[in-house]
Ligand binder design. Structure first.
Ligand SMILES: C[S@@+](CC[C@H](N)C(=O)[O-])C[C@H]1O[C@@H](n2cnc3c(N)ncnc32)[C@H](O)[C@@H]1O
Length: 555
C-alpha cells in the first residue's frame, strides 16, 4: 500500500526494479550473491516505518510546496532509516530523483525514483534549511546480495524533524549551471562529489560528470560508504587557482604506485593474449563479482579487486591494449610516449604524453597557466574542454584501490595574434598600400613562429590568404586546421610632396589627364581631403564636358 501523500502518477515499489538498459553482466554484478551473508538480519529493504511524507508548508523552506521526508519517531545516529528504492538503469536520464549507484569506466548505474520508488525519493537536501544534514546516503550490499543505497541518520533525529541529506555541492552547481548556461562553455563548474546524477546534462556534460565522479568515488569498495562525503583535496578544474607548488605536493602523495606495481593484465583477468573484447569483459565481470570486497570472504579480495580493475582498464581500451602489447607495462606509465622526441605530440594524447614522470602537476600547471606550453598550445585543446587523465586523480579514501581520474578543465587565454574557429586560426595583418598595389612580403605569426608571406600585387582590403595546415592540430588526431591571413591595407595619413606628386601622376594617368604641379610643403590629411574633393570636382567637370561633346556630336 502506498503511504499517505504518495503521488498517484508514480508507482510505489518496495524493491528495486531493473530497466532493460542494465545488461546481463551488469545485472549479475549488481545482484551478486554473496559467498557468505555478512549483513545483519535486517529486512531486505526497509520501508516506511520510520518516515512520513509531508508537504512543505513553511514558505521559508526552499522546497516550499513540494514534499519532504520526516521522522515519525526519534532516530538514533547511524540508524538505517529507509532504502532508496527506484528503477535501476544504465541510461543518461534527466531526473532529479536519479541517484548514482555504481560507476566504472564503461558503465554508469543509477537508481531513478522519478517514475517508481519509495519514500526515499522525497528526501531533500539540507541547503537552505539547516546548517548540516542529519542523514546520509550509504551504499550497501543488501542481505540478498543486491547493491543498493540506503538513508542512514548521521546524528540524532527528533520525532517530526525533516530528514535532510547532502546531494553534493557538485549536483547543485551543475543544476545551477545547466539552468543558467550550457555546460560545455562553463568553466566554473568544479568537480566534487554528487550523490545524484547531475541534472539535465548534455552527453558531453554527462561524460565529464562521470569522470568527475570517478575522482571522488571510493573504489575497491568498503562494506558501506557515505554518499555525502565531499573530498576537498580533489583537484579538478581549478588549476589556475592552485599554486604549482601546492599541486605538486598533493600529487606526490598519490604518485602512481599502483601503476608501477601493475601485473600482466592478461594473467590477472585469466584471458589469452588474443582474447576478444567480449571475452575480456566477461572475465572481468566474473572476477569483479568474485572478489568484490563487499561480498567476498577472500582476505585479499580488496587487492585482487583493485588488480582486476587496473587490468581491465588497460585491456578494455583498444589503444591502451595495443600499447601494452607493443611496449609492455611501461606503456601505461604516465608520460610514456612511444614517439618521444619525434616532434609534436599529436593533439589530445600528445597533451597527456607531454608530461614526464618527475612532476606531472607542476608541468601541467606551467603548461596550462602559461598557455604557451608547446604541447598544450598545439594539442588542439579548446576553451571549456576537459582533459581526462586516467588515474591521475586522488587516491581512494580507504587508502586502497586505484586513484580517480584527474580532470583538467581548459581555460584558453585569448591570443592577441589569432582568433580561432574550430581548428582554423585567423590573423589580420596590415600591409602598406604600395605592397597591396605592387605585391611584396609581410611577416606573419604562426604557431611555429613568424613566417614571410608573399602578398600578390593588387591585393584588396580584407582579402584572405590560406596557409594550409598552419592552424590548430586536431585533438582527435585528424588534419590540422588552416591559418587564414586577412590583409588590411593601410593608407598613408600624410604624403611628402614627392609622394603626392607621384600619386597625383598616377591619378592623372588613370583619369587621362596631364600631371599638375606641386607645392613644396608636405600635404596633410586635410590637404589630401581637399585634393580628393578637387579631383572629384575636376572629374565631374570632365564628365560634363564629355557629355556636352557627345550631345553636340549626336545633334
Ligand atoms: C529527490 S527530490 C526531493 C523531493 C522533492 N522535494 C519532491 O517533493 O518531490 C529533489 C528535488 O527536491 C527539491 N529540493 C530538495 N532539496 C532542496 C533544497 N534544499 N532546496 C531547494 N530545493 C530542494 C529540488 O526541486 C530537487 O530537484
Amino acid at each position: 500500500m502506498p503511504p499517505q501523500h504518495w503521488p498517484a502518477n508514480i508507482r510505489y515499489i518496495s524493491t528495486c526494479s531493473y530497466h532493460s538498459s542494465v545488461s546481463k553482466s551488469t545485472h549479475e554484478f549488481l545482484t551478486a550473491k554473496p559467498d557468505r551473508v555478512t549483513a545483519s538480519a535486517e529486512p531486505a529493504a526497509r520501508g516506511s516505518s520510520f518516515v512520513a511524507i509531508r508537504r512543505i508548508s513553511d514558505s521559508n523552506h526552499p522546497a516550499f510546496g513540494q514534499f519532504g521526508l520526516f521522522a515519525t519517531k526519534k532516530l538514533k545516529p547511524n540508524t538505517h532509516i529507509i532504502d532508496y528504492i527506484g528503477e535501476i538503469h544504465c541510461e543518461e536520464r534527466d531526473s532529479d530523483y536519479d541517484l548514482s549507484l555504481f560507476r566504472s569506466a564503461d558503465v554508469s548505474v543509477g537508481v531513478d525514483a522519478s517514475k517508481m520508488g519509495n519514500e526515499g525519493r522525497f528526501v531533500n537536501d539540507y541547503r537552505g534549511i539547516k546548517d548540516k544534514p542529519n542523514a546520509l546516503f550509504v551504499e550497501v550490499r543488501r542481505p540478498s546480495g543486491e547493491l543498493g543505497i540506503r538513508i542512514e541518520s548521521s546524528g540524532l533525529i527528533k520525532k517530526g524533524e525533516e530528514i535532510l541529506v547532502s546531494y553534493g555541492k557538485a549536483w547543485w552547481q551543475a543544476r545551477r549551471t545547466v539552468n543558467e548556461t550550457e555546460w560545455k562553455t562553463n568553466s566554473k563548474i568544479s568537480g566534487g562529489f554528487s550523490a545524484f546524477m547531475h541534472p539535465r546534462l548534455s552527453s558531453k556534460g554527462f561524460s565529464s560528470f562521470l569522470a568527475f565522479y570517478s575522482c571522488s568515488r571510493v573504489q575497491g569498495a568498503q562494506a558501506s560508504r557515505s554518499f555525502s562525503l565531499h573530498r576537498p583535496q580533489c583537484i579538478h578544474n581549478k588549476i589556475s587557482r592552485v599554486s604549482a607548488k601546492g599541486v605538486g605536493q598533493r600529487r606526490s602523495i598519490h604518485a602512481s604506485a599502483s601503476l608501477r606495481s601493475q601485473k600482466d593484465p592478461y594473467q590477472v583477468l585469466g584471458v589469452e593474449r588474443d582474447a576478444t573484447a567480449s571475452q575480456i569483459k566477461k572475465s572481468y565481470f566474473q572476477l569483479a563479482r568474485k572478489y568484490h570486497p563487499d561480498t567476498s570472504t577472500d582476505k585479499s579480495a580488496q587487492d585482487k579487486f583493485v588488480e582486476i580493475q587496473a587490468a581491465y582498464d588497460i585491456l578494455k581500451d583498444e589503444k591502451k591494449r595495443q600499447m601494452y602489447d607493443q611496449y609492455g607495462a611501461t606503456s601505461q606509465e604516465p608520460g610514456f610516449d612511444p614517439n618521444a622526441f619525434s616532434g609534436f605530440g599529436g593533439g589530445f594524447q600528445g597533451f597527456s604524453h607531454s608530461f614526464g614522470n618527475s612532476d606531472l602537476f607542476s608541468q601541467l600547471f606551467q603548461g596550462m597557466s602559461g598557455g604557451r606550453g608547446p604541447q598544450s598550445s598545439r594539442g588542439g585543446v579548446e576553451d571549456g574542454m576537459t582533459l581526462r587523465m586516467a588515474r591521475r586523480g586522488d587516491a581512494p579514501i580507504s587508502g586502497k584501490g586505484n586513484p580517480g581520474d584527474l580532470l583538467v578543465r581548459i581555460n584558453v587565454t585569448p591570443s592577441k595574434d589569432f582568433t580561432r574557429q574550430g581548428n582554423n586560426l585567423y590573423h589580420k595583418t596590415r600591409i602598406p598600400m604600395h605592397v597591396a598595389l605592387l605585391g611584396g612580403k609581410v611577416r606573419v605569426p604562426t604557431l611555429d613562429g613568424d613566417v614571410d608571406v608573399r602578398v600578390p600585387g593588387g591585393t584588396q582590403q580584407d582579402e584572405e590568404m590560406v596557409l594550409k595546415g598552419r592552424g590548430v592540430p586536431s585533438p582527435h588526431g585528424g588534419d590540422s586546421g588552416d591559418l587564414f591571413v586577412a590583409f588590411s591595407v593601410q593608407l598613408p595619413r600624410s604624403l611628402s610632396n614627392r609622394q603626392r606628386e607621384l600619386i597625383q601622376q598616377y591619378a592623372d594617368d588613370l583619369e587621362g589627364r596631364s600631371s599638375g604641379g606641386t607645392s613644396d610643403e608636405t600635404s596633410t590629411i586635410d590637404d589630401n581631403a581637399k585634393n580628393m574633393k578637387r579631383s572629384s570636382e575636376d572629374k565631374a567637370a570632365d564628365l560634363k564636358k564629355g557629355n556636352e561633346k557627345k550631345r553636340r556630336a549626336t545633334a
